[in-house]
Design a protein around this ligand. Structure first.
Ligand SMILES: Nc1ncnc2c1ncn2[C@@H]1O[C@H](COP(=O)(O)OP(=O)(O)OP(=O)(O)O)[C@@H](O)[C@H]1O
Ligand SMILES: [Mg+2]
Length: 320
């Protein structure tokens, strides 16, 4: 049975919002709230949701780039405190992040060899060991060693993203977090990067958290999916179950809005946006935009509940 590579319990990230002449903290904005999940070894877990729902904040919190207001992390069986610098160094040995934009995340003045060598030398590997590791990693992401002497501008977008992935992989992490790594790429190049990520999971046994707003890409790559809305998990289950028979009205709306070439069945765009509706203080956060809303949806706290082996935060799905 696959073991858990990563377990997160009740992760909450609150950003201080400053204002006024003195720039004092006036209130806090909760970007991620009580987020709990586990990631199995070799699993690809997708996190989907609209812009601003907190996907990048979640990714950044996992590698210590966003503050933990609350929460617990267990990585490869070991409990860590991500607020501690010492623990963060240990966490980053096992968990690395690939960023969205391959153009700005690579230093244009460094060759690929320098880009990949630096993290290894900083970690204490010799040049000979580092060169060997770099060659192995390049082959894993489908680039030849000829790439080593070239600068990032001499590559296409897809190749650059593969260099970004290689940079995160040279340190042999066990968990890789990919934040919108395919969204800056055109469709054919997206497919290459997806293939590379799948290969990495199979060959290196790495677990992936794949953040995306593209349901088609998620369907092609991931095993399980978390649907996120305003910082909360709304639905979580296997990709096949969640995408073929979604339970939460928000998941249904996301799936109906997938672009299609079929003129007979054009996508249905979800009306409104969370920012203009405000964040409900009680009940379901999606209620202001939900086409199936009832008067009960705006009351109390709505927990995540198991419905047909899928977790769902919606009272309409309660069996009793
Ligand atoms: N450093 C910060 N300070 C204050 N608020 C922030 C900060 N970073 C993000 N936010 C807010 O947190 C919310 C979630 O942002 P985040 O970048 O995580 O969303 P996202 O789901 O990744 O969106 P996108 O799909 O556009 O990348 C947004 O409302 C954003 O304005
Ligand atoms: Mg983002």
């Amino acid at each position: 049975m696959a073991t858990d590579a990563l377990t997160i319990e009740n992760l909450t990230v609150r950003y201080p919002m400053r204002g006024g002449v003195l720039g004092r903290v006036q209130h806090f904005f909760t970007a991620v709230e009580d987020f709990s999940f586990s990631l199995k070894t070799g699993e690809i877990l997708a996190v989907v949701g609209e812009s601003g729902c907190g996907k990048s904040t979640l990714a950044q919190a996992l590698v210590g780039l966003a503050p933990w207001t609350k929460g617990e992390m267990t990585l490869l069986g070991q409990a860590y405190n991500p607020a501690s610098r010492k623990d963060l160094t240990l966490i980053r040995r096992q968990m690395q992040m690939v960023f969205q934009d391959p153009f700005s995340s690579l230093n244009p003045r460094q060759t690929v060899s320098e880009i990949l060598m630096y993290p290894l030398l900083a970690r204490g590997f010799s040049r000979i060991e580092s060169t060997q590791k770099i060659k192995e990693t390049l082959s894993l992401v489908g680039l030849s060693t000829e790439a080593l002497s070239r600068f990032p501008h001499a590559f296409s977008g897809g190749q650059r993203q593969r260099i970004g992935i290689a940079r995160s992989l040279v340190l042999s992490p066990k968990v890789l977090i990919c934040d919108e790594v395919t969204s800056a790429l055109d469709v054919s190049v997206q497919a290459q990067v997806i293939q590379v990520l799948d290969e990495i999971r199979r060959q290196a046994g790495i677990s992936l958290i794949f953040i995306s707003h593209d349901m088609q890409v998620v369907r092609a790559l991931a095993d399980n999916v978390i649907v996120m809305y305003l910082g909360q998990i709304q639905e979580k289950g296997s990709v096949s179950q969640v995408l073929s028979s979604p339970k939460h009205p928000y998941t249904k709306a996301l799936i109906k809005s997938i672009p299609t070439l079929d003129r007979e069945h054009p996508p249905e765009i979800l009306e409104g946006d969370w920012a203009s509706q405000g964040i409900p203080q009680t009940g379901c956060r999606f209620a202001p935009r939900c086409p199936q809303k009832t008067s009960l949806c705006t009351e109390g706290v709505i927990p995540l509940e198991m419905v047909d082996s899928v977790l769902c935060r919606c009272i309409l799905n309660r069996s009793t």
